[in-house]
Design a protein. Sequence first.
Length: 250
Amino acid sequence: MPRKAPRICILSDARRVPFSMKRRGDEPFYFICFRDPGRKRLERSSKEPNRKRAEEAAAQVIKDVYEPRAPRRAVTWEAAIGRLEQAMKAANLKEGTVADYVQQLELLRDAAGGTLGPGEITTESARAFKEGRAKRVCPVTLHGNLNKLGVIWSKWLIETLGLLEDNPWGSVEKPRLDEPVPRYLAPAEWRAFFAWIERQYPGWRLPVLFFRTLLVTGRRITTLCSLPATGLQEGRLAFPAATNKSRKLR
């Protein structure tokens, strides 16, 4: 009696398709073994070197054989970016957040030269983007890029807008990050810093005012630098929502 496959893929019509996984030779990826609707034995690459991710990918590989999907209408980069921006604004996302996510998609479009739209981004090209980007930015920035692109695909282009079906970023591993260790300046260090400014720029009070304001407000330097002239209101600083990454004036 043949041995049953240890895993089961359940299709949308409740059919159960048994499958197994194995490695073959020097291939880095796991292979998925199952039978098609005509009982022909098939082997398909999961394109995943990790066993757990290969098992997750197996369901989609089998469904592509049993439930072939009609191709979605191709969407251009311009149309995708426009629809993304409209959907995010309709969801009342903050202005800075919308601009940030649109910038991520534009960044990918520039890197993936020759592609007509996001539907042409595959797992392989997503990994190529990661490798190319890693040569130009630090791991923290790269981690943020990959995380935001994954959200754009899963949350917006697939779930909300229905423009695409597959998320190529799901199997792209993000770089590992070290936990940042904050270092707080002691009062003596601040006094030494302000004394240095006074020696370097005698009588120039603007940098002293800038850093003392930073100490009091606790804002990021970029937020303080973006403060318009109208931000001083009746002796108090008012940070507009657009520069403060919030919905309200603070």
